[in-house]
Design a protein around this ligand. Structure first.
Ligand SMILES: [Zn+2]
Length: 166
């Protein structure tokens, strides 16, 4: 499943990348270009822009209108709408900044590129082939785990509330 998030959804785009989804995001792009990329690359357009939503629908494209202003609710809505289960995710596989697939890199190659403490305490490193950014378990993985925990809690809360209403 590949997405294109509109310019109002920068945070959502980053979270989707953390979870492993191929997600394009442009701060500035003409509507025509956005619609064209969605069509050519078989993406799902995520948008808060009503005009863009209608144009995409009219063009017969896959589009999902985001209502919330908060990234947590936005992400939950996307996961629910497309029935994405936590088990099917590929976390840590993509660069948060530029969406490229990360490549495993040998520890000896990046000694000069990461802080000494990180080099001493971590074994697995990944590099973004597009921007050169180095990822390791410490920051990336911990943030990811927090996010997944948060999402599961939100889902559980919602279920409990629904049950409470019965
Ligand atoms: Zn990158």
């Amino acid at each position: 499943m590949k997405f294109l998030a509109d310019r109002m959804l920068g945070k959502l785009a980053k979270k989707l990348r953390i979870l492993g989804f191929d997600t394009l995001y442009f701060r500035e792009a003409a509507e025509e270009e956005i619609l064209q990329r969605v069509r050519q690359e078989g993406r799902i357009l995520l948008t808060k822009d009503r005009d863009l939503l209608y144009k995409a629908l009219k063009a017969g494209l896959d589009v999902y209108g985001i209502k919330s202003d908060k990234w947590r609710s936005q992400l939950l809505a996307v996961l629910k709408r497309f029935r994405i289960s936590p088990g099917s995710l590929e976390p840590f596989s993509r660069c948060i900044e530029c969406n490229a697939k990360l490549e495993k890199v040998d520890k000896s190659q990046i000694e000069s590129l990461v802080p000494e403490y990180v080099y001493r305490t971590q074994e697995s490193f990944y590099r973004c082939p597009a921007c050169g950014r180095i990822y390791w378990a410490g920051s990336h993985v911990e943030k990811m785990k927090d996010l997944l925990k948060e999402l599961r809690l939100s889902v559980d809360e919602r279920v409990e509330k629904d049950v409470g209403k019965l």
